[in-house]
Ligand binder design. Structure first.
Ligand SMILES: CC(=O)N[C@H]1[C@@H](OP(=O)(O)OP(=O)(O)OC[C@H]2O[C@@H](n3ccc(=O)[nH]c3=O)[C@H](O)[C@@H]2O)O[C@H](CO)[C@@H](O)[C@@H]1O[C@H](C)C(=O)N[C@@H](C)C(=O)N[C@H](CCC(=O)O)C(=O)O
Ligand SMILES: Nc1ncnc2c1ncn2[C@@H]1O[C@H](COP(=O)(O)OP(=O)(O)OP(=O)(O)O)[C@@H](O)[C@H]1O
Length: 491
C-alpha cells in the first residue's frame, strides 16, 4: 500500500512529515524492532519498560522504510510525527487491514469477571448453529481450528486488526472479543467497529492501574460510548443486577437491553433457577414468553453469563430458541468451574476466581450444591499487584469453607509465606493451614477429601504456569488434581 494512501494525507492532519513519502510503499506494520520485514512502517511506542523511540535506529537498520514517532528520532528514513503514536497506530492499522470490523459482526464483552466464560458461550451458540465465530481473549485468538497464543486479553491494535482481517479472509464474519479495561484506556480497540457490547459486572480489581473504582468504571464505559448513537442498530447488553450498569447506561447512546436474575423488568430475565451438581435449569422470560433453559454450568453468575450470551446471540440472529438449544450442549471453559471427574464420589472443581467478587459468587454457588464439606485451596498473586484484596480473599474462602489450604499462586519476587499470612491477617479462625508448594497443596486437599465433599481449587484455572521469582514454571492444575484423585482411588 502506498504510504500517502495509508496516511490519507488529504484528509488527516499530522504534526510534521519529515522526508519524502510519495514513493514509499508499506507492506508490513510493526511496533517491535525485533519484528521488522521488508517495507515496514515502524511505530515508536512508549511502553512501561522501554520507549520504542530508542529502537528507531535499529528498526531503520533492519529495513523499516518509515517511522511514526511523537518525539525527535535521528534517522534518515521518513518520519511521521504525531501527538499520540498509540492512537495513530490504531487508526493506521484499521486502514492497512482495510477496516475488517466494518464488514464483520463484532461482539465485545467487558467487565471484571465473566468475560472469558461469556465469549466462549457466545462462540459456541454461533458455531453450534453452523456460523463460524472467531474469539479473542485471555485464552488467545481462535477461528475455525486455528489457535494463536497472545500475551494480552485484548491484543494491541496491530494484532487485533490483523487477526480480524485474517478471520475475514478465512470466511469468518462474526467475532466475539474480550475487551479489558487496559485495552480501552490504552486505545487498543480504537477504530474497531463493535455491533454489540456486553457488560458483565464491575468489582474491585486492577486498581493498581485505574486507581479508583470511578476511573475503572469510566474505562469500561468507553466500549459503550464507542457504539455511537441512535438508530445505528448497535446494541448494548447490560447486567441490570450490577449497580455500575446505570453509570454505563448514562454514557451509552445505543439501544440498551438488560439481563437480570432478579428484576423481571429486564428484557432477558431468568427465574426459577434449580442448581444441580453439573448443570443449572431456569426459565427465561423474554417478550412475555417463558422458555425453559438448561445450562451445563454451575452457579448464579453463570446464569448471568448465559443470559448475556443469549442476548448477544439474539441481537445478531433474532432467533432465541436456536441459542437456547445450543446452550444445552456447551461443554464449559477450561479452568472455569471445571469439574474433574473421579470415581471417589468427590466433587472436585478447578476454577479461576481470583477477585473477592468472583470468589464469593463461586463459593455461594458451591454452597447451593449438595455436599458434606467444602475444602478450598487458594493463594494470591505476588509482585506489583493490587494487594488490598488479599484479606478479603482469605476471609471469603474461610467463611464459605469447612477447611482451607492456603498456598502459592504467582508469588513472583514476593515471599509466599508473607502473602499467605496477609490473607488470614486479623481473622480469628483456625480451620486452615499453609502449604507453600502448590503441587503439594493439591495433594494435601485431595488427601483430606472424602465422599460427598466439594474440593475447590481456585485462582489458577487454565493458566499453564506459575510465576516464581523471575521464572515462569509450567503448572497444570487440572491435570495435577486429576492425577492426585486417581492415585487416591488406587490406594
Ligand atoms: C503494562 C502493559 O500494558 N504492557 C503492555 C505493553 O508492554 P510494555 O509497555 O511493557 O512494552 P515495553 O516492553 O516497554 O516496550 C515498549 C515498546 O518498545 C518495543 N520494543 C521493546 C523492546 C525491543 O527490543 N524492541 C522494541 O521495539 C515494544 O514492542 C513496544 O512497542 O505492550 C505490550 C505489547 O502490546 C503488551 O503485551 C504489554 O502487556 C503486558 C503483557 C501486560 O501484562 N499488560 C496488562 C497490564 C494488560 O494489558 N492486561 C489486560 C488484561 C487485564 C485483565 O483483564 O485481567 C489485557 O488486555 O491483557
Ligand atoms: N459473571 C460473573 N460474575 C462473577 N464472577 C464470575 C462471573 N463469571 C465467572 N466468574 C468467576 O470469575 C472467574 C473468572 O471468570 P472468567 O475467566 O470468565 O472472567 P474474566 O472476566 O475473563 O476474567 P479474567 O480477565 O481475569 O480472565 C471464574 O472462574 C468464576 O469463578
Amino acid at each position: 500500500m502506498k504510504l500517502v494512501d495509508l496516511l490519507d494525507v488529504k484528509n488527516q492532519i499530522y504534526h510534521l512529515i519529515q522526508g519524502t513519502i510519495e514513493e514509499v510503499n508499506i507492506e508490513y506494520l510493526s511496533q517491535d524492532s525485533r519484528d521488522i520485514q521488508d517495507n515496514t512502517l515502524f511505530f515508536c511506542v512508549p511502553g512501561t519498560t522501554f520507549d520504542g523511540h530508542q529502537f528507531a535506529k535499529m528498526a531503520e537498520e533492519k529495513g523499516a522504510v518509515c517511522l511514526v514517532a511523537s518525539k525527535h528520532v535521528d534517522v534518515k528514513i521518513p518520519v511521521v510525527y504525531v501527538e499520540d503514536v498509540i492512537k495513530t497506530m490504531a487508526f493506521l492499522a484499521m486502514r492497512f487491514y482495510h477496516d475488517p470490523s466494518g464488514s464483520m459482526s463484532l461482539i465485545g464483552v467487558t467487565g471484571t469477571n465473566g468475560k472469558t466464560t461469556t465469549t466462549h458461550i457466545i462462540r459456541h451458540l454461533f458455531e453450534k448453529n453452523k456460523k463460524s465465530c472467531g474469539m479473542i481473549g485471555t485464552n488467545g485468538i481462535w477461528y475455525h481450528q486455528e489457535h494463536i497464543y497472545t500475551p494480552n486479553t485484548t491484543p494491541d491494535s496491530l494484532t487485533l486488526q490483523k487477526s480480524l482481517a485474517k478471520m475475514k479472509e478465512e470466511g469468518v464474519f462474526i467475532c466475539t472479543s474480550e475487551v479489558s479495561s487496559h485495552a480501552l484506556v490504552m486505545g487498543r480497540v480504537q477504530n474497531v467497529d463493535f455491533n454489540v457490547a456486553v457488560f458483565t459486572n464491575l468489582t474491585h480489581e486492577h486498581l493498581e492501574t485505574h486507581h479508583t473504582m470511578a476511573e475503572y468504571g469510566m474505562a469500561k464505559s468507553l466500549l459503550f460510548a464507542q457504539l455511537g448513537s441512535g438508530n445505528n442498530g448497535k446494541i448494548a447488553i447490560l447486567n441490570k443486577d450490577d449497580t455500575y450498569a446505570k453509570v454505563i447506561a448514562s454514557r451509552c447512546n445505543a439501544t440498551i437491553w438488560y439481563y437480570s436474575t432478579k428484576d423481571p423488568s429486564a428484557e432477558f430475565y431468568a427465574k426459577d433457577m434449580v442448581y444441580l451438581a453439573s448443570k443449572t435449569e431456569f426459565t427465561l422470560v423474554f417478550q412475555g414468553l417463558e422458555y425453559p433453559v438448561i445450562s451445563p454450568l454451575i452457579g448464579e453468575f453463570n446464569v448471568q453469563n448465559a443470559l448475556a450470551a443469549l442476548a448477544a446471540y439474539y441481537a445478531l440472529e433474532r432467533h432465541l430458541e436456536k441459542g437456547i438449544e445450543a446452550l444445552s450442549s456447551f461443554s464449559g471453559v477450561e479452568g472455569r468451574m471445571q469439574t474433574i471427574e473421579n470415581d471417589l464420589g468427590i466433587h472436585a472443581i478447578v476454577d479461576f476466581a481470583h477477585t473477592p467478587d468472583g470468589l464469593e459468587k463461586a463459593m455461594a454457588a458451591l454452597k447451593k450444591l449438595n455436599h458434606k464439606r467444602i475444602i478450598t485451596m487458594i493463594g494470591h498473586d505476588g509482585g506489583n499487584r493490587d494487594n488490598s484484596i488479599r484479606q478479603d480473599l482469605g476471609r471469603i474462602a474461610l467463611e464459605y469453607s469447612d477447611y482451607v489450604v492456603f498456598t502459592s499462586e504467582n508469588p513472583r519476587e514476593e515471599d509466599p509465606m508473607k502473602i499467605m499470612k496477609e490473607m488470614v491477617n486479623g481473622l480469628e479462625v483456625h480451620h486452615y493451614e499453609f502449604v507453600k508448594d502448590r503441587h503439594k497443596a493439591i495433594d494435601r486437599v485431595v488427601a483430606l477429601g472424602q465422599k460427598g465433599d466439594i474440593l475447590f481449587f481456585t485462582g489458577k484455572g487454565h493458566e499453564p504456569y506459575q510465576l516464581i521469582g523471575c521464572e515462569k514454571i509450567p503448572f497444570h492444575e487440572a491435570q495435577f488434581v486429576k492425577e492426585a484423585l486417581e492415585k487416591k482411588a488406587h490406594e
